[in-house]
Ligand binder design. Structure first.
Ligand code: SF4
Ligand code: SF4
Length: 305
């Protein structure tokens, strides 16, 4: 298999929430969805983009001077701002910045390069029942890379987990399933129109792909983000529980993921507004209540904070 490459934005070692055991998680860049609550907005664009981490900026204005598009402004009041309509992500402001405030988010990495990083922790994976997870962004947007990386992991005896929104051509899913041990598959909303309103697309392709995955032999974990005033009602959770139950034994767990605002700072470094700035995370009591809805359907449900 060729040494495939993919646009990545992070490779994190020692992750504990992206599959069983201790894992490494490879984050691929690019996502066709526009979820209002997205905690990884830097994952959405399929190409590298410049970000600014203002905490270290010394206001030297070098970036302003070198930018050929006159896209950067620096002031005491607002710190660094980039006019994204003018910026073409050329990256010319990154190296001259003396404090590493300006950074490029996203780079092409080969399977060899990623595997060299993730294989370092084989001992941890083996001792904890862990392995390697590919997340995003939407990893099924770059299926050849995922297939090649997972095949490489299997040759080395490493467990593989794919964390997907399910919104991708079915052929992409079919391509990676033979090398996928565990599928983390999101269900956000069952209603197609509401899905369009909050996610940017309908959910029919996602539901079709879920059906395909359920017949593949992969273990499936359904992941449900719990979103205030969007899907946190009993009726919404009941419809998701019914759907999860209908898939039968491939579904081993349902994970409920309470909405949080931890990604807010990432919108700032991208000069973007966070659409759910004012939303309040669900209470622990409400999460426990929603969990009982899944348990009534004999599904093993966990709240993941
Ligand atoms: S990436 Fe290029 S266009 Fe964008 S702010 Fe930096 S120098 Fe200017
Ligand atoms: S070059 Fe770097 S340190 Fe200087 S003003 Fe720009 S972002 Fe700040």
């Amino acid at each position: 298999m060729a040494n495939e490459s993919a646009m990545t934005f992070n490779v994190l070692r020692y992750t504990l929430d992206d599959g069983p055991g201790i894992r490494s998680t490879v984050f691929l860049k690019g996502c066709p969805l526009t979820c209002l609550w997205c905690a990884n907005p830097e994952s959405q664009k399929y190409a590298p983009e410049v970000v600014h981490r203002d905490v270290s900026c010394i206001k030297c204005r070098t970036c302003v001077t070198v930018c050929p598009e006159k896209a950067v402004a620096v002031s005491e009041e607002t710190g660094v701002t980039i006019d994204r309509a003018k910026c073409n992500d050329c990256g010319l402001c990154v190296d001259p910045c003396p404090t590493n405030t300006m950074q490029m988010m996203g780079r092409e990495m080969t399977v060899d390069e990623v595997f060299a990083t993730v294989e370092k922790d084989k001992l941890y994976y083996n001792n904890s029942g862990g392995g390697v997870t590919v997340s995003g962004g939407e990893p099924l947007g770059q299926p050849d890379f995922v297939l090649a990386l997972f095949a490489r992991c299997h040759e080395a005896g490493l467990n593989t987990c794919l964390d997907t929104s399910g919104f991708a051509p079915t052929e992409n899913l079919l391509k990676v399933l033979p090398e996928t041990d565990i599928l983390y598959f999101d269900i956000k909303l069952m209603d197609d129109e509401k899905h369009k309103q909050y996610v940017g697309t309908g959910n029919r392709l996602i539901q079709h792909n879920l059906e395909v995955a359920a017949g593949s032999g992969a273990e499936i974990v359904i992941r449900v983000p719990v979103l205030p005033d969007i899907n946190d009602s009993d009726a919404e959770m009941e419809s998701i529980a019914v759907r999860a139950k209908s898939l039968g034994t491939p579904v081993s767990y349902v994970h409920l993921l309470p909405f949080h605002r931890f990604g807010k700072g990432k919108y700032t470094i991208l000069d973007r507004a966070f659409a759910m700035e004012a939303a309040t995370p669900p209470s622990a009591e409400h999460m426990e209540h929603l969990k009982t809805i899944f348990e009534k359907h004999c599904l093993v449900c966990e709240i993941k904070n």
